[in-house]
Design a protein around this ligand. Sequence first.
Ligand code: NAP
Length: 663
Amino acid sequence: MPGAARPTAELPAPLRVPFDDLFWRDEYDPIVETDAELAAIVERADLPALLAALAAALGDPSILEPGLRPPLTLVDTFGHPHGGMTSAQVERGREVALAALVRLRDSGIRSVGILPREQVDAILDFLTNGRAEYWPSLKHELGLAPDKNGAPDFVYADLAGSREFRTLVIGAGVSGIAAGYRLMQAGAPFTIIDEAPALGGTWWKNRYPGVRLDTPTFGYSYSFAQKTDWPHQFAEGGEIHDYLAEVADRAGITERIEFGTRFDSARWDEDASEWVVVLSGPQGTEERRFDAVISALGQLDRPHIPDFPGLETFAGRAVHSQDWDETVDVEGKRVVVIGTGASAYQIVPAVYEQVDHLTVFQRSAPWMIPADNYHERMTDTFDWLQRTVPHYGQWFRLWTLLLGIPGRFHTVTAEEGWSGVPLSVSAKNHEVRESLIARMAEQYRDRPDLLELAIPNYPPGAKRMLRDNGVWAKALQAPQTTVVSTGVGRITAEGVVDGAGVLHEADVIVFATGFKASDFLDGTDVVGRGGVELHDYWAGDSRAYNGITVPRFPNFFLIYGPNVNGVVAGSGHLMIERAAEYAVSAIGELLRRGARSLEVTEDALDRFVSWVDAGNRRMAWGQEYISNWYQNAAGRVVTIWPYTNVEYWAATESIAEEDYTFD
Ligand code: NAP
């Protein structure tokens, strides 16, 4: 192993991106449609987003009549069109939108630039129905707001002078690319490494049949890369991967990624105030020195395969969902899928028609939220609007994010003394349970045996909920499918023996058994101040302030770390971007102060952990009688963020002086 070297990456010129959006369009298509054709488009459009886009394009928020404000009715199960606008509001809204669209056509306006602040505020006031507390986090997403936030407020060269401050980003997935982008904007030197031969992280690894988003596409993109011509309402895995590759290319990040390079360990060198990092790559193992390390490994990186007896004796092909590649052939085969979580629920409907026989081992049935459009393309109307009305796609994205802020917390919040425990946690939760059961009763009307198995024996929201357009029920009822609910007894050369002793023969076993989500940075060794190893410090209970910083681990940051995963509300991208921005802003703070390191205090971490614990204890998933992948072995919820995006935005607004020691 050669001696530790400081990497010699080129200093990038600060990246300048108009409107802080790599997908910004200067000009939109001309409107050539007749009034009648435009009326038909308005009829099918999402009104609040369209009204906002038209007000912005015309520079005339006065079209947003107070009586048209969407009430933002909370969603229990089925979404409310137009944010719950009444039919009278919809009727009037369409008249207003049509008049504005005709005006837009006749004026020939085809572009929109940064708006005056009062106009942005007036439009946000309309869209949020007066919820001003949403605006700062929404302005993080709004390219034409003059006060869009998120980009670093410093240029590296201005602050660093002759000092060299190099950052290692571990992982080139959604989080690593976010960190790379903000570092590029600051013009700060950095290297991204990834163990895989390609970027994309989870979207490169997870290539199993049926892989796609299970949250709406328009909530799943970066604030700084607002693609609007998505083909699907819930994007396919390959579409997300292509998007990430395009973002990295457009930002010039791709050439800064060292592929095939694994992070093994890091040790804080107190004298030099540097991380000595051990990486394994194509050239073997080497030590390199960095001033800061950003872990962008995330929560769902390491597969979990339960230690089933006889696992190694299986004579066929056994594969974890994440390791599925083109060499896995299920055509005409006997296939066993173990697990019924988010991965299984995509794989099973995608393969059941190709196999000879499918056996699904279900330990717990999943709850599913209705999403009839789950496999549908974006509509022609949407496509026309995003091509033609300036910034419409971005307003629609913002509208999607806005609706997601309150999300479905109200359906999963536990009521003190509720009598329906352990099947529900509140009256509202019970109502949701009954409504979802009624939907299942319809889906399984000819199979009461399966209906009984399909109804979860825990409250909605206690585990991650999936999306339902009927394909899961259809696949489970197919003649070639068997659902086993007696558990996995053991595995033999021939297949899987269930808990009742019945052998289910298999050529292929798919472990859709999830990830080691609560073991952050599993398989790595990170030794901080005083020789403390990170996993020893955590002792099985991963904790980080804002999910980002850990006492005794100076200049070390986690993105998508402990307790920042939102499950019934909010945008994961916002959480990820904010953590990346926080890390970059901490680097700026170090440079500004001329300090060598910053370390979060134990007190700040304790406060944060008490806060998120209190939030999680109120939720269905945090109840004592529930077990799920959100928890660690001791039962504490270590992965989930129990509040809204707005609270995370506020928590990460600045590197608070009282929370850190600098030296
Ligand atoms: P998961 O949700 O943890 O599901 C694992 C499944 O395996 C569960 O049904 C679990 O049963 C079962 N299982 C685990 N150990 C078992 C054992 N010893 N015996 C029998 N069954 C066992 O894992 P996942 O489906 O891979 O999803 C993980 C997370 O990844 C998701 O929640 C989501 O956040 C993300 N994801 C997202 C997407 C997407 O956006 N498209 C797709 C896939 C995954 P129990 O429920 O009883 O524990």
